[in-house]
Design a binder for this molecule. Structure first.
Ligand code: B12
Ligand code: SF4
Length: 653
């Protein structure tokens, strides 16, 4: 059987992170920006649907990649996006040099470069032996001589995670992804995923197989009940599938609505055909990512009910949202873009993604702009892509009423404005979970009263310890009042906090203050994700074993250290909780517990110190704008260097 290596692109990734929550969904929320990590679901999906032995690599450096190639593979499959064209070229060159007998297969959205910007360029076409321009399982099975119509199994991959980096630097993995379908017939002009599949919808799994995949993921993580993601550009287009999946979840004895909820993508057009309770809440929907794009959009997918009405209704019934907004359409001018953004902010999406409009090659938007002479000639684009490091994917100024700089500033400002209006996403989520709990508790449906309410309750209990820190560091009085109301509603609905919740609140507050101070004086940028190697050796494994063995070839010392510190802290806190629950006075406890007690007694002073450091940050030359944008992205600028020097000078005095 042929030997396959499947890999993502080489690092370092620079500012093209794998941190969806930090970079986008909770961007610029002060210390409440969560951080997350993602895995290559797609590589595991491919590996788990082939019978040939495979190795999957995540985040190799060029050297790691070359070392792996030397082990001898028949095929190397690379997944890449357009921003990573240059890295992909480098990898192809490495394969030809180090392992000339290995055949190269390219796949993923990046391959659209071969039909657009590199169309007809013989030299570049020769980079790879095979290019997959669509669904990959059938492509690889055909290439490897495996049965094409064998059933497709849902992936059970490594788990991603997200959380406040200062609370738990390495939160346990949660959730997972199943794949319902690829592509979308709507073909919105700017959308590269629908164009990639030529406007077709390729169904990967019916409701029954999806549910099996979801249950399999849940069985592997009974301790951390969280949400499973369903990849489908437009799940809610198929109302019958959503209903069938919902029935399976609702009637499931093992998990049911008390444990299972899911995330997927939906449009206003489709959601307008749904009843929020009968068709969504009762069907196990947890979070919906809705492309709002713009209040003024005439895209068919945006037609239907008033957008705000849809968001409000979802939130009122316990369904969280990710809203996305795009700035820089032709119809945007300097005045109406403000109105548009203001409207988006008023939706208070639980999480958000704000982006400038950009024309991915392969879309109708790209074609139109080229034909209107608004984008450089394709040959120029070729040079452009070839010249950059790959990290600066973007286009020269082409927007009607904005330069790229102007639009970026508006988008960046939008994150902050949303935070200053709606507060941290952690509290927006808690608001929605409380709403869900109250709604379910009072519902006429027994299954909501008895089961789904438990899911909301568990999430509220988990989020409680963050309330105090969010309230204390709220960006303004309006947000502080909103959080105060959340606290009151929590107490009204779920009673007084337990001893553990109180202790965890104090701990969160302490850690939040420390992080705040660290933010002001400058924190090292997040590290590169570590190399992970997954071996699909095809040896028989039990039903509750993962289908691969994982190896971390390089020790990540920072990660190990932070994890160790966290575990020690948790041991100590557990001891404190134990003592308090037994009614034993902490000032008579063993020294470690006594010290924690003393620190907790002084939280007010620590909080004031953190606020002071925050305020002084500006005076010592640390502009808040720099802290927000550059520290977040881990970029170095001249301004940043100057600020660092000033801080060092101040420290020496
Ligand atoms: C999950 C996701 C992420 C995750 C994980 C990324 C990862 N590498 O796995 C995170 C959050 C980290 C992420 C980051 C980014 N992402 Co992203 N992401 C997605 C998302 C939502 C789903 C992708 C997915 O796994 N789908 C499920 C799989 C099964 O389907 P698929 O990708 O279509 O794969 C099939 C085929 O393409 C093919 N195939 C794919 N790879 C291969 C490889 C081989 C060898 C073969 C034969 C076949 C094959 O077979 C697969 C199964 O049929 C898509 C949007 C979307 N709705 O699809 C964007 C998307 C892929 N991301 C995109 C972008 C721009 C980014 C970022 C650059 C964002 C940023 N500015 O930082 C970074 C780049 C990170 C990186 N270095 O690769 C763009 C890519 C645009 C383009 N034309 O290239 C997309 C399409 C979003 C969009 N609409 O613009 N992303
Ligand atoms: S509805 Fe969404 S996925 Fe479908 S074409 Fe439009 S933007 Fe793309």
């Amino acid at each position: 059987m042929p030997n396959i290596l499947l890999t993502g692109v080489i690092g370092p990734h620079g500012n093209i992170h794998f941190d969806l929550a930090g970079d986008r969904l909770t961007r610029d929320q002060d210390i409440f920006t969560t951080s997350s990590h993602f895995h290559y679901v797609v590589l595991h999906f491919l590996a788990q649907n082939l019978s040939s032995p495979c190795v999957v690599l995540e985040h190799p450096s060029l050297e790691d990649f070359e070392d792996e190639l030397r082990k001898g593979y028949d095929f190397v499959g690379i997944n890449f996006t357009l921003v990573n064209i240059v890295k992909t070229m480098q990898m192809c060159e490495a394969v030809r040099r180090v392992a000339p007998q290995t055949k190269i297969v390219l796949g993923g959205y990046g391959t659209s470069c071969f039909t657009t910007i590199f169309k007809g360029n013989q030299e570049i076409q020769k980079l790879a032996d095979y290019i997959c321009h669509g669904e990959g399982v059938s492509f690889l099975r055909k290439l490897l001589g495996e049965p094409i119509d064998a059933p497709i199994s849902q992936p059970l991959g490594p788990r991603g995670a997200s959380g406040m980096p200062w609370l738990d630097p390495s939160p346990p993995g949660s959730g997972g992804f199943v794949i319902s379908g690829l592509g979308c017939p709507n073909m919105c002009e700017f959308c590269c995923t629908s164009h990639f599949y030529g406007g077709e919808y390729i169904e990967i799994a019916k409701a029954e197989r999806l549910f099996e995949g979801m249950k399999r993921i849940w069985r592997f993580q009974p301790e951390s009940c969280d949400t499973v993601g369903i990849f489908d550009e437009n799940l809610y287009k198929d109302k019958e599938k959503v209903a069938r999946l919902g029935k399976l979840i609702r009637e499931d004895e093992e998990f049911g609505l008390g444990r299972i909820s899911y995330f997927s993508f939906g449009t206003i057009e489709d959601l307008s055909r749904y009843d929020v309770v009968e068709d969504l809440v009762l069907n196990g929907v947890g979070t919906i990512w809705i492309g709002v794009e713009s209040r003024f959009s005439t895209l068919p997918k945006r037609q239907g009910r008033e957008v705000k009405e849809v968001f409000d209704e979802l939130h009122a019934h316990g369904i969280t949202t990710i809203g996305s907004w795009i700035g820089g359409w032709d119809f945007h001018d300097k005045k109406n873009i403000e109105e548009d953004l203001e409207y988006f902010i008023s939706l208070e999406p639980t999480q958000s993604q704000l982006f400038p409009l950009y024309p991915p090659p392969g879309t109708n938007l790209y074609e139109r702009l080229v034909s209107e002479g608004r984008l450089p000639e394709i040959s120029l684009a070729k040079t452009y892509f070839g010249r950059t490091s790959g990290a600066e994917f973007g286009f020269p100024d082409w927007k009607k009423n904005f330069t790229e700089g102007e639009i970026s500033a508006i988008v960046e400002g939008g994150h902050r404005r949303l935070y200053e209006h709606a507060g941290p996403s952690a509290m927006r989520t808690l608001r929605v979970q409380l709403n869900g709990y109250e709604f379910c508790k009072n519902s006429a449906h027994q299954v909501l009263r008895e089961r789904r309410s438990e899911l909301h309750k568990a999430r509220c209990i988990e989020a409680y310890p963050l309330i105090e820190t969010c309230e204390f560091f709220a960006p303004n009085a309006k947000v502080r009042a909103k959080i105060g109301e959340i606290r009151r509603d929590y107490h009204r609905l779920l009673g007084e906090p337990t001893v553990r919740q109180e202790v965890m609140s104090s701990y969160a507050f302490l850690k939040g203050c420390l992080y705040k101070m660290e933010t002001v004086v400058g924190r090292p940028p997040p590290g590169e994700p570590p190399l992970r190697r997954y071996e699909y050796d095809r040896n028989p494994r039990g039903p509750l074993d993962r289908p691969y063995a994982t190896v971390y070839p390089h020790c990540d010392e920072r990660f190990q250290h932070e994890k160790q510190v966290y575990e020690n802290e948790m041991r100590l806190l557990n001891r404190v909780v134990e003592l308090l629950e037994q009614g034993k006075p902490l000032d008579e406890a063993e020294p470690a517990a006594r010290r924690i007690h003393q620190v907790f007694e002084n939280l007010d002073a620590i909080g004031q110190a953190a606020k002071l450091v925050d305020e002084l940050g500006g005076d010592v030359g640390l502009s808040k704008g720099w802290l927000r944008s550059e520290v977040l992205k881990g970029l170095e600028t001249v301004g940043a260097k100057v600020s660092e020097e000033r801080i060092e000078a101040q420290n020496l005095q």
